[in-house]
Design a protein around this ligand. Sequence first.
Ligand SMILES: O=C(O)CCC(=O)N[C@@H](CCC(=O)O)C(=O)O
Ligand SMILES: [Zn+2]
Length: 332
Amino acid sequence: MLNEWLDWTLEGAPTSHRQGSLSSGHYTLLAPGVLELTPFTYTKNAQACVFSAAIHGNETAPVELVGELLARIEANVLTLGAPVLVILGNLPALRAGQRFMTTNLNRLFERSMSATGHEPARARELMAQVDAFYARHDTLSPLHYDLHTAIRDSCYPRFVVEPYADTDTKPHQWRWLAAADMQAVLHQRGPSDTFSHYSKHYHGAQAFTFELGRVAPFGQNDLASLAPMLELLSALASGQAPAQAPPEQMAFFRVAHEIRRQSEDFQFYFADETPNFTAFSPGTLLAHDGKQGDIRVLEAPLHVVFPNANVDIGARAGLLVTSSAAPHNDNQ
Ligand SMILES: O=C(O)CCC(=O)N[C@@H](CCC(=O)O)C(=O)O
Ligand SMILES: [Zn+2]
């Protein structure tokens, strides 16, 4: 049934089974693309886990990864030990194989957002589902892993973005991420209206945006490289302690500048295929914007992440990031 849920959701087929049993718990379909798994027995390590995928509709590897997790639970290879909210974000875009239909869903997760249309309505629905899920499990620590793939190659193919918020990331998260074979961490230095930022800002969740390789169609993803990530999701769903590895094996970066597109006349001067985290030396001319003029690297080398000239005016067109120290590793 759980695997069929993915197929039905992709096909847009109506489902009559809104609830059902699993060997180690039960499932409830709360809304299109929103599935809650509830264990019969909560372990002492159980956290309230939100795993979201397809917030961008052409990012299929996370959907396949979540499919593997559901298949393990359904086959009783994995015993559910924690509540899990599985979300497939932008369903029309997923069916169309597009990043979004009208606007980028991952810029709309803000409670006072007043925009109208498909993506704003879906953002409101998903915020309400996350609020209700964390309220139902308010004795458990909230956690949200928002799973993506990137538009381009990367010097670090698997990395996480740590959203900015008052809540500190717990040191064990770095050890879990290292064991899940994440290669880099990027700290945001200001609030953003992404889904992971929403859960961290409004709920104090341990939350990250994961970039799990490069965008590819269904069936063409390198799931072998995501096997350690599947182990992390499996450990969390079963309420067991995840594997750990030294955080120092990951590269740490922080955002130095955010490039915003301010006019129609906007272009980058480096090749479209330039991988994420490519370094540019001081003085390099990176971009031109009709309003801001030339955008150059100033005094220190900077790495470019998520460059995208085709964003809405006013939106983020790329991040300029700088190397930073690994967080202090205590044993919490
Ligand atoms: O590859 C790209 O340019 C974009 C990949 C992507 O969708 N990234 C997320 C990052 C969200 C964050 O900053 O936490 C996004 O842009 O929404
Ligand atoms: Zn994405």
